[in-house]
Design a protein around this ligand. Sequence first.
Ligand code: RB5
Length: 150
Amino acid sequence: MKIAIGCDHGGIVLKNAVNRAIADCGHESCDYGAFTAESVDYPDYAVKVADAVVAGEADLGILMCGTGIGISIAANKVKGIRCAHVTDAFQAQMCREHNNANIMAIGGRITDADTAYKLVKIYLTSQFQGGRHQTRIDKIAAIEAREAGK
Ligand code: RB5
């Protein structure tokens, strides 16, 4: 798979660990920046990764900011994105199995690099379970469609 990654200055500390986890899972990462620790605005990177996932240029995405919160909120504004803000292994597993999250967001100021490595590996190796979970995702898409019509 191709995995799009993006971060701001608060998340860049996790980039090496995230790239290592992606490679160790046998996938290719595609880096949409940021590339330095200079202060930047996380929505600019959220939208690049979200657009890549929606366009099919990437299969999944990983976003990083200081907390993972802002960048996940921004990504979830893009139609078709289900971005999960994740802090532990169970969330990393469930966001794929139940929510079919197509982006996972983590925070460089709340999650250390070793944990980030593990979370990405769990996220990339978990499988969506479908069934009743698909029904619920369809309902999320219906909300999205309703909002677009306003
Ligand atoms: C940047 O200082 C910080 O606000 C950002 O990385 C993130 O934590 C926002 O949610």
